[in-house]
Design a protein around this ligand. Structure first.
Ligand SMILES: [Zn+2]
Length: 239
């Protein structure tokens, strides 16, 4: 279906070649900002709730990491989309915000896995994923710093690897409660990528991608809150 020929056409600009950046319409710019800005405050509150539910220092550290990753993602995304909307003529500044936005995704993925990796008993060969995930986030961010927008497929592969590899570890958890929610959240991220790639084909594609991210993050937050914090003291892990 060609939306450009329908009455929704004015909400979207035409698709651009792979080496050029899509230019959102004013409506799309506003939606891109709003769809992540509204989650900044709830993320801070959500992180604080986990912190105050903590029963020991490991829970507190995991709550701080996760809360910061969640808030950081929505905050940097909002800042970048605001810059792309309002100060796009300052190319260098906009590009820096874009790099921060992309780096925040790596740290957000690491932060999302951290509570599970830190608070659940894992098999011996998966134990090292607790720190390895942060090394992966640093490697991904370094890649963004030097090669931002140069190899788009490389970037996408980086995110998929970072998102999928630690999931194998999670599946090795002795206690499996929460695995279904983790998988469901992952499905939302994966389906959302289709919209991430649909600028100029579907009106508000990027804002729809944002909403998929928010729902995925919301499901993961629920699982962490319910199974790792609300459930009370967990069996002692081999930290
Ligand atoms: Zn975005």
């Amino acid at each position: 279906m060609d939306f450009k020929k329908t009455k929704f056409g004015r909400y979207m600009n035409c698709r651009v070649p792979a080496n050029k950046r899509y230019q959102p319409t004013e409506y799309e710019h506003a939606a891109n900002c709003a769809t992540h800005a509204i989650w900044i405050l709830p993320s801070m509150v959500g992180g604080s709730v986990l912190y105050f539910l903590s029963v020991d220092k490991w829970h507190r550290v995991a709550a701080l990491l996760y809360g910061s990753g969640l808030t950081g993602l929505f905050l940097t995304s909002t800042l970048f989309h605001t810059a792309a909307w309002k100060i796009s003529h300052l190319r260098k500044v906009e590009e820096r915000f874009h790099k921060c936005d992309r780096m925040a995704i790596y740290f957000f993925i690491a932060a999302s896995y951290s509570p599970w990796l830190m608070l659940r008993e894992l098999g011996p060969w998966t134990y090292h994923m607790r720190w390895l995930i942060w090394v992966m986030a640093c490697v991904g961010s370094t890649y963004v710093f030097f090669f931002h927008e140069r190899y788009k497929l490389g970037e996408l592969l980086g995110y998929v690897t970072m998102g999928a590899v630690p999931a194998l570890v999670i599946l090795s958890m002795v206690d499996r409660a929460g695995v279904c929610e983790l998988a469901l959240g992952g499905v939302f991220y994966a389906v959302g990528v289709a919209f991430f790639k649909s600028d100029g084909l579907v009106p508000f594609a990027h804002a729809i991608w944002h909403l998929f991210v928010a729902v995925g993050a919301g499901i993961h937050y629920y699982a962490i809150w319910r199974y790792l914090y609300l459930a009370g003291p967990q069996p002692q892990t081999s930290r």
